[in-house]
Design a protein around this ligand. Sequence first.
Ligand SMILES: [Mn+2]
Length: 311
Amino acid sequence: MEEQNRVLPMKYFHSLQEKLLKFNPQTNENYLCTGEITDIISTVIPILEKEPTLLELSPPVNIVGDVHGCFNEMIELLKKTLIPNAPYLFLGDYIDRGKFGIEVMCLLYLFKIQFPNQFFLLRGNHESFSVSSRMGIASFHQQCVHRYSEIISLHFFNSFNYLPIACLVDHSMLCLHAGISPDLKSIDQLKKIHRPIEIPERGLLFDILWSDPFIPQTKNTDNKINVDYNGFIPNTNRQCSYFFGQRALDTFLQQNQLKYLCRGHQVADGFQLSMNNKCITIFSCPGYGTNNRAGMLVIDKGFKCQFVYSK
Ligand SMILES: [Mn+2]
């Protein structure tokens, strides 16, 4: 009991951050020990728990998309901000695929512990035991088990249940991991999602972490694309959730007095604008099966948007 209520000094977390920033991916060493990771997770949970499910931020802000375990590449990207001291908003999918999800997660949690109003971490569909444990050898779950233990893995997955789900920027841009849902009519529904929560197998929370915009070049394997692509159609690429069409997005934005949807979830050369520039996809993991760059969206105080890239 006492162990749980122990408050660790900030200089301890600063020293862990310093250690992690020296991380060399070539060495395959564990830079943090089990106890240090446990300290990070048990300290970050109460901070995440206090945040609302729907965050609200005013610009300036830097928005980062999927990282997928690209540790050094993420650090390089964060250095690219054009606005010193602007907070960072991450759109989820920190883990799986890339090798260094543990380091990515620990560093982001260390930032959150030390600078809770400068770093905001939304949840992606990969921040879920049921998804990661199905990813095989490239999974964060397996990395935790091989390099640390099943218990460390469970600590991480438990902490993901506390991550906020969405963020409203400047009352006009809704940021979340994947997209809209036929069940999502009002952003007030997002505020009512209570955490900690596991990602369910279907429904609103599932869709907003899994759906994709339907854009003409989207490959649809069954070729039945003309049903009603302005609304919602089954997402045959992912075999789950939906594609949302232009009309579905327009209706949702209009009903909620919003202008933009900003999301990650799909590979892009840094960014992809679609649906009359109302849908912005940010992808921040370079060389993801293609020669794509990593991107970060920098929004200044006057809501001027600039895209920055890093290899
Ligand atoms: Mn995703």
